[in-house]
Ligand binder design. Structure first.
Ligand SMILES: Nc1nc2c(ncn2[C@@H]2O[C@H](COP(=O)(O)OP(=O)(O)OP(=O)(O)O)[C@@H](O)[C@H]2O)c(=O)[nH]1
Ligand SMILES: [Mg+2]
Length: 255
């Protein structure tokens, strides 16, 4: 991985924390309140896919109380990746310098955000990581940990990216990094979306830093994790890995 090589990094600019939501009515107010308390200068964008449980309406109420909270109402459930892409576009258009990904369910603790932002002063992309020393997961069954660690290991080996937690979704990007990732070509969803962005960042030579986090399993609301999301990730990571190997072999033959 690119080590930054003594590079000078520019100032960070204003932070936008993007929170995608689908049926998070039980969580949305608490998580936004925690972000605002933890990093008072940061703005929040809730990207809601027209949640049937009224999350979007609660989000609207938050914007009335607080002009640093914004809502992007989307027409229906299109997946996590599409919601983030729309959120990134909105944030870049509105001039934010740092764009953060954070789940609504409390798994990504807003109280740890200052540490991610401090690390971003010397990096292009910071990943909140469960699988580096100091990182951990609270309240996960062993089976879930096995799938997550296995998914990260498989992605790391297949895609040749030196990252321990490739599927994690607690991240801070500099705007220039997002602009350099070719987001227009990203169509992956779920965990695969996170793997896709990490792999693009490494291939583009960005300085990516993992910061240990304590990931807390959700207490309220339902998980949107599904078999389809896992199958998509497995399928795409395998296709990318095989494609890259084939390209390297072709390159060697030519050279
Ligand atoms: N806008 C939008 N948000 C989504 C969609 N799917 C999931 N989310 C949100 O993305 C975040 C992560 O989803 P979770 O269901 O917590 O998925 P997970 O963290 O992998 O699963 P758990 O660990 O079981 O909670 C949450 O804030 C969800 O509300 C979607 O299709 N659209
Ligand atoms: Mg979750």
């Amino acid at each position: 991985m690119n080590d930054g090589g003594g590079r000078q990094f520019g100032p960070l600019g204003t932070t936008l924390v993007i929170i995608p939501t689908f049926n998070e009515a039980e969580n949305i107010k608490a998580i936004v309140g925690r972000v605002r308390a933890s990093v008072p200068a940061a703005h929040v964008l809730i990207a809601d896919d027209n949640s049937p449980d009224g999350t979007g309406k609660l989000a609207d109420e938050l914007t009335v109380e607080d002009d640093q909270v914004h809502v992007l109402h989307r027409k229906g459930k299109e997946g996590l990746g599409a919601a983030y892409l729309a959120g990134f576009r909105w944030g870049l258009e509105h001039g934010y310098g740092v764009l953060v990904e954070m789940d609504a369910d409390g798994s990504h603790q807003p109280e740890e955000l200052p540490r991610l932002l401090t690390a971003l002063k010397g990096a292009d992309l910071v990943l909140g990581s469960r699988w580096v020393p100091g990182g951990r997961v609270v309240n996960w069954p062993k089976s879930r940990e096995f799938i997550s660690r296995g998914g990260s290991l498989y992605s790391r080996v297949m895609l040749d990216v030196p990252i321990r937690d490739v599927t994690g979704g607690y991240r801070a990007f500099r705007r220039e990094t997002l602009e350099g990732l070719g987001l227009g070509e990203v169509s992956s969803q779920g965990y695969c979306f996170q793997v896709d962005l990490a792999r693009r960042a490494v291939k583009a030579g960005y300085h990516v830093v993992e910061v240990p986090i304590t990931f807390v399993e959700r207490e309220l609301g339902d998980s949107k994790m599904s078999r389809d999301i896992l199958v998509e990730a497995l399928w795409r990571v395998t296709t990318w890995g095989v494609g890259e190997r084939a390209e390297r072999i072709r390159g060697r033959r030519k050279g």
